[in-house]
Design a protein around this ligand. Sequence first.
Ligand code: ADP
Ligand code: ADP
Ligand code: MG
Length: 454
Amino acid sequence: MDLPIKRMYIANRGEIALRIINACRILGIETVVGVSDADRSTMAARVADRAICIGPAPSPKSYLNKEAHITAALGTGCDSLHPGYGFLSEKADFSRMCSEAGLIFIGPSGDVVEAMGDKIKARVIAEKYGVPTVPGSNDVGSVDEIVAFARAHGFPLLLKAAAGGGGRGMRIVRSEDQIKAAFEGAVAEAKAAFGDGTVFLERYIERARHIEIQVMGDKHGNVLHFGERDCSTQRRHQKLIEEAPSPVISEEQRTRMASAAVTLARAVSYVGAGTVEFIYDSETGEFYFLEMNTRIQVEHPVTEMVTGIDLVVEQIACAAGKPLALKQDQIMLHGHAIECRINAESASRDFMPSPGRITTWLPPSGPGVRLDSHCYEGYVVPPHYDSMIGKLIVHADNRQAAIDKMLGCFKTFRVEGIETTIPIHQAILAHSDFTSSKVTTRWVEEKFLQSSAH
Ligand code: ADP
Ligand code: ADP
Ligand code: MG
């Protein structure tokens, strides 16, 4: 592909930095990865054309340092910047700073990130375009406002951070006496995590599934969707296992959800890869808009496996101004894909991070098996960052075959030296509630972890 991008700077780490390097290789783009002191010898640093140190290990001084990234990108002659996920990927001002510095930001413009990054603003846009939202409020600034809302609408409610992400800044409220603690907790957590304590309310959906639609927009007004991912297996509002397609929705629901997502993306002239997240009420079959993530997502590989399309390559091509070559009816879903997020955590110690040296790393392989990871034997998982060390993705003809394939992979996958969440995945995948698709977003905490000895 002939693109105006020749050298890309990667403002991220871990498996996603490697994933972006691979896409750049396919496109003939050179890569420069910005690394912290702790990441100087990582796989990304070794396989990129160049690595440049941007600061000390703690992320506020390195991966979250906007100026350091831009200086490094310009200093190494890059013409573009990929933010990955997490870190600065959804910071509107970072998208703007990149553009102003003359770097092509692999993501939407600052205005679009801003409109969608604030959950309250995004709800307003969704409502305007007829996309259903969870019944709720605009920002609430006091305990009294929440009490008034609860008296009018009832319990349970969910307090959420407007700037939220990664499942943080959320509190379930089931009765009036819980309001004060929940409000103070949510505001404090939101302030600490996002520097913004604005919170709002949604009706809390008890038997919920999380279903999201992958979209992609180019700079020529085309928007496509790539079907859905079901990410209902969660712990503390964080995804553990994702799959495509969803085992619970009908073709008609899939069509309605996808068309709502495309409508929303078109409404904001969306450019690049994005995900429109919905909460699906298992009891009523209704779905409601949750938020839009204006970046590539951790679980994008399951969509790649069922569509056969490289989403990161398409994302880069869109940012570079290429029109999407695909037509909607060329995007077909084949078989079933599942992803397990593997974390360096100790399940027996309340999922405490388990950093340290990996002494054995024997990954699985085979047809329809994909491991996105930056780990290797001898690698030291640093204590400073997210505990995800990789994602194992499998593809098979149908859901049960995919579950069986994943379980088979875990039998040969050996990781020693650190604790991982592999045993938890094995137990979940073998559980009848999972195989029969009965899990809800609370299932891991309310049923699985209660009943098992983990
Ligand atoms: P984040 O930005 O942290 O990803 P989301 O709004 O996407 O926040 O919500 C994350 C998760 O929290 C969802 O996948 C779901 O499990 C749960 N959740 C969010 N809103 C609701 C709701 N109104 N009712 C029930 N669960 C919810
Ligand atoms: P998604 O919305 O894509 O499913 P999350 O909601 O889990 O993913 O959000 C991404 C989260 O990943 C961030 O909140 C952050 O904690 C974490 N994160 C950021 N960068 C990395 C990375 N390089 N490797 C692993 N996790 C990361
Ligand atoms: Mg979300």
